[in-house]
Design a protein around this ligand. Structure first.
Ligand SMILES: Cc1cc2nc3c(=O)[nH]c(=O)nc-3n(C[C@H](O)[C@H](O)[C@H](O)COP(=O)(O)OP(=O)(O)OC[C@H]3O[C@@H](n4cnc5c(N)ncnc54)[C@H](O)[C@@H]3O)c2cc1C
Length: 187
């Protein structure tokens, strides 16, 4: 049983995975390898002068793995409620988790299929998004949404930040108190 299953390893899902795994939560990321960011050349991400989308994604995945996240390539086809959380069904495997974060980018079909409320998107070319609260919660308790699929501005700095925000909210809910992740320079 994972604490957190993240569907999607783009900037939102990858960033959520870094925070989730670094906090000590047992974390799995399931990704179909269809990130829109693989086509991007990024020169507007704070703190990074110039990076290709694929490099940004791969570095993020490496960070998440280094903190203990498991990352598998699979396409999730269903998510159903169980007594302890959720069963996440992929084409190649099944994963059990207490919480699920949808970070599926421009693809809202899975959310629609599993009964998560959606609404029309407001960003260019994003037709449908999850109807998520500002904290990332959906209408199904324990299923959250982050990044493009949650309707935030389609830029890597914002989707990555949104993934981090939602992960912090999930971690805080699991811990029963607000969570902060600060490392301090040694003097
Ligand atoms: C051509 C192009 C150029 C861009 N240039 C810039 C730029 O210069 N600067 C900038 O800030 N932003 C740019 N962007 C936007 C940037 O890529 C996005 O804002 C952001 O990275 C989206 O992050 P995300 O994690 O929400 O979605 P994505 O990166 O698309 O990740 C979503 C992930 O979810 C996975 N997924 C979806 N459904 C499933 C499923 N059922 N099962 C498993 N996995 C699933 C996909 O495989 C994918 O990996 C550009 C985008 C494009 C297309």
């Amino acid at each position: 049983m994972y604490d957190i299953a993240i569907i999607g390893a783009g900037t939102a899902g990858g960033s959520a995975a870094i925070f989730a795994a670094k906090s000590g939560k047992k974390t799995i990321v399931i990704d179909a390898d269809k990130s829109m960011t693989k086509r991007a050349w990024i020169r507007n991400h704070y703190g990074i002068e110039d990076i290709t989308g694929p490099e940004l994604i791969e570095t993020g995945k490496t960070q998440a793995k280094n903190f203990g996240a498991e990352i598998v390539q699979d396409t999730v086809v269903n998510v159903t409620k169980t007594d302890e959380g959720f069963k996440v069904e992929g084409e190649s495997g099944t994963y059990e988790a207490k919480h699920v974060i949808l970070a599926t980018g421009a693809l809202a079909a899975l959310a629609e299929k599993i009964g998560v409320n959606t609404k029309p998107g407001t960003e260019p070319r994003i037709k449908t998004i999850v109807d998520a609260g500002v904290n990332g919660k959906t209408n199904i308790d324990g299923i959250w949404a982050a990044g493009t699929v949650a309707g935030v501005s389609v830029h890597t700095i914002i989707t990555a930040g949104d993934g981090a925000k939602v992960a912090i909210n999930v971690i805080s809910e699991l811990n029963g108190e607000r969570y902060v992740d600060h490392d301090v320079l040694k003097s």
